[in-house]
Structures are given as structure tokens and as C-alpha cells.
Ligand binder design. Sequence first.
Ligand code: YXS
Length: 263
Amino acid sequence: METTFEQLEVAITGKIGVITLNNPSKHHALSTALIDEMCAALEEMLYRQVRVVILRAPAGSKVFSAGHDVRELPTNGRDPLTYDDPVRRVIRMIELFPAPVIAMVEGTVWGGACELVMSCDLIVAGDDSTFAVTPAKLGMPYNISGVQNFLNTGGMPLCKEMLFTAQPMGVQRLVDQGIVSHAVPRAELESLTRRMAEQIANNSPLVISLLKEELRLLSASHNLGPETFERVQAMRRLVYDSKDYQEGIKAFFEKRAPQFQGE
Ligand code: YXS
């Protein structure tokens, strides 16, 4: 393989590609550098015509990914989650990737990493994994396509509970909602994922690619008019211009609970 990766391990064996997050000192936070590498790895896999991609953290990880790299979030009144945000870029790439991407989750998943995992086609997880969707804890004006992604994966009540409480949720709740396909002891996770990947890889790649696109189009078919979109953008702007947003980021770095005033 020609591309070199520093924040990932990338392997292609036969028809199966594996991307392993590899920045443990920052708990695999989704920095621009890491996401750029993920996009490059997916490009390579597209070129090599892999039929399934497995996205994982190193075996035994305590944290699957800590989410957006908080150090890269702007605090100068600019929108922190624009269309070109790195996490959004890779999520679009996964959605459009013409073969299934399986998220194999070990450990805790935070913030933007939850959306990344949920944008994968299938999720299998260790039975001790947890998922925390954190914008309300960080004062973050989450964007409408991201919220739609959460909603598309699970039911409205669970989606609201995750978004409003921002607390880690045990994987079994997500299995019950059909968001996670299987939660198994960590020792069984890799063999289960491999088995599933091989079953997919042996099927017709053309049909799977067609089904994936059909499902994507059907699940994204909630059109918003320009006026509604602009109204939501105005609400988001109020959030990223707020003192609470500054407080959320400040509290993160000071390792304390944020004190939100609603202004
Ligand atoms: O102090 P050093 O330099 O060693 O760095 C520490 C942490 O600052 C760093 N780190 C991060 N750096 C950037 N972005 C992050 N998201 C991030 N998370 C961690 O990694 C080093 C080790 O972290 P430390 O000491 O806290 O480790 P720990 O084992 O005590 O705790 C592990 C975690 C995962 C429980 C803890 O690091 C944590 O709570 N991380 C933040 C999780 C989180 O709230 N993520 C959401 C990020 S914002 C986001 O994704 C969205 C935009 S949103 O929230 O809207 O969905």
C-alpha cells in the first residue's frame, strides 16, 4: 500500500478492509489529521474494490473514540460544525461508500464518534461498550444533518434521551432499539465481525451497493424548505455565539462540570 498512515492502521486482506484508529494518547479523538487519513484510507479501499470495511479501535481499548477533537473547535463566534467539518466529511464518505462499513466498537464512544459509528452500515459492539451523545454537555450547536443521522438510526424517545441527558448509555439499550446489531463479550467480537464481513463479501457487490444507496435515499428523504433551514441555522448561530458555548469548551479543558446560564 502506498499511502502511509500515522493515526490509523490500515489493512486490506482479500475483499475486506480494516481501518484501526490509532491515536491512543488522545483516545482516538477525531482530529482533522485523523479524519484526513480515514478519508484517504477509504479512497484506497474504493480503488482496491474492497467489499466490506471494518472500522475499529485497537483490541482492548477503553475508549473507542473521544469524539471531535475539542482543541480544534473554534471559540471565536464561528460555526463549529460546518458542512466541511472533518467528521461531517468522513460521514458523507461512509454514507456514499459503495460497500458496507461495519463499526466494531470496543469501549466508550463519545460525541461526534457516536454519529460516526451510527453512520456506519452495521454496528457490532462489546457488551461493556457505552455511547454518549454530548452536544448538550458541551454547549454545542449540533447540526441538523447530524441530528437526522441519529434519528434515522433509532427511535425518537431514545434519540431524545441520549441528546438531552448527554450521559453514556449502555449498549444493550441500543441493541433493543436495533441500532446496534450485536453486543457480545469482547473475546467474541472480532470473530463475529469477521464472520459477518465474510458473509457480506461473498454476496453480490453490485446488489449490496444498490441496496445501500436505495436505503440511504429512503432514509434521507425528509426535505426541508429553505425558510425552515434558515430558521434552524439562526437557532444554531444563537448557540455558537452564546456564553454557554464558551463555558462548555472552557469547562472541558478545566476538567469540571459546566455551569450553563442559558445565555
Ligand atoms: O491532558 P492530555 O494532553 O493528556 O490530553 C487528555 C485529554 O485532553 C485528551 N482528550 C481529548 N482531546 C481532544 N478532544 C477530545 N474529545 C478529547 N478527549 C480526551 O486525551 C488525553 C487523555 O484524556 P483524559 O486524561 O481525559 O483520559 P481519561 O482516561 O481520564 O478519560 C477518558 C474520557 C474519554 C472519559 C475523557 O477523555 C473524556 O471525557 N473525553 C471527552 C469526551 C467527550 O465529551 N467528547 C465529545 C467531544 S465534542 C464532540 O464530539 C461534538 C462536537 S458533540 O459533543 O457536539 O457531539
